[in-house]
Each structure stands twice: as structure tokens, then as C-alpha cells.
Design a protein around this ligand. Structure first.
Ligand SMILES: [Zn+2]
Length: 171
């Protein structure tokens, strides 16, 4: 390879890695923006004296579903934020599958919600705080659809603070 080829190759590599970095940065900013909307949902739950968990589902960059925990309000043990959100998003889309969609939820989904998200075939799930007691990671084996990407820890401190303050207030 002569020197000119080498220089071209190097520049091209630099350009590609830069655009990858920019994409990752843009995605991280979007993740924070949408997690903040999930936190806003969690705050609605808090006002209704529910465990403060909130979720939004995003398609492209459009919010197509919102939901917060309504277990006490609806007197329904299955009325988790994710379940409300999946129903809302499917109704917006007019279809049961949530392909090309991302769910943002303030706390790690439980096994039930992870199962429901698997049925929806959602592309990506992003959660803030871990739930070491009831989260889906407490069971072995895959619950989500094999194609679903799962990311954790986005605005973790804010999501954890909501839960901690709520349970502190109960004591
Ligand atoms: Zn759940």
C-alpha cells in the first residue's frame, strides 16, 4: 500500500469512528430526554399515592404511549406502568406489535411486564433503577424476545430517589 492509500484509509476510519461516536452521543441524549418523560409519569403515580413508576413508549422520536403504575387506583395487581403503556401504544399504532419502538421505564420491569413486552415484540427496553427483588433479572433464562435490546441505568439516581423517598415516607 503506498502512502496515499494509507492516508485515505486512515481518514476514512477516523470519519467512520467519529460519526459512530456522534450517533451514540445523540442516542444518549434522546435516552435522557425520554427517561425524563417516564419520570414525569412516575411523578403522576406519586401524586395518586401509587408506587412511583412511570413509562413511555417511543416510535422514531414520537411518544406513542404513556403510563404509570395504577395498582391501587384500579385495584388491579397487574396495572403496572409498562402494561398501561403497552396498551396505549398499541392503540395509537392500531396494531399489537411494537416493532421499531423503545420502552423507557423508571424501574427494571418485573417478570410479568418483561413477558408482556416479549409478546409485543418491542425493539428496545431502557430502564433506570434496578429492582433486585422483583426485576426480571432475578430469574434465569431469556424472557424478552431474542431481538430486543435491553439497556439499563439511564438517569438511575433520579429513578432510585423517587422509589427511596416513597418508601421512606411510608415508614
Ligand atoms: Zn411489572
Amino acid at each position: 500500500m503506498d502512502i496515499l492509500h494509507y492516508v485515505w484509509f486512515f481518514l476514512l476510519k477516523l470519519l467512520i469512528s467519529q460519526s459512530l461516536m456522534e450517533n451514540a452521543k445523540k442516542q444518549a441524549e434522546l435516552d435522557k430526554k425520554f427517561m425524563q418523560l417516564a419520570i414525569n409519569e412516575a411523578e403522576k403515580a406519586l401524586k395518586e399515592e401509587e408506587v412511583p413508576i412511570g413509562a413511555v413508549i417511543v416510535c422514531g422520536e414520537r411518544v406513542i404511549g404513556r403510563g404509570h403504575n395504577l395498582v391501587e387506583t384500579l385495584c388491579d395487581a397487574t396495572a403496572h406502568a409498562e402494561m398501561q403503556c403497552i396498551t396505549a401504544a398499541a392503540s395509537t399504532l392500531g396494531g399489537k406489535y411494537l416493532k421499531d419502538c423503545t420502552l423507557y421505564v423508571t424501574v427494571e420491569p418485573c417478570i410479568m411486564c418483561a413477558g408482556a413486552l416479549a409478546w409485543s415484540q418491542i425493539d428496545r427496553v431502557v430502564y433506570g433503577a434496578d429492582d433486585p427483588k422483583r426485576g426480571f433479572t432475578t430469574v434465569e433464562g431469556r424472557i424478552f424476545h431474542p431481538k430486543t435490546v435491553v439497556d439499563r441505568g439511564v438517569m438511575r439516581e433520579e429513578c432510585e430517589a423517587l422509589m427511596k423517598n416513597f418508601f421512606k415516607g411510608l415508614r
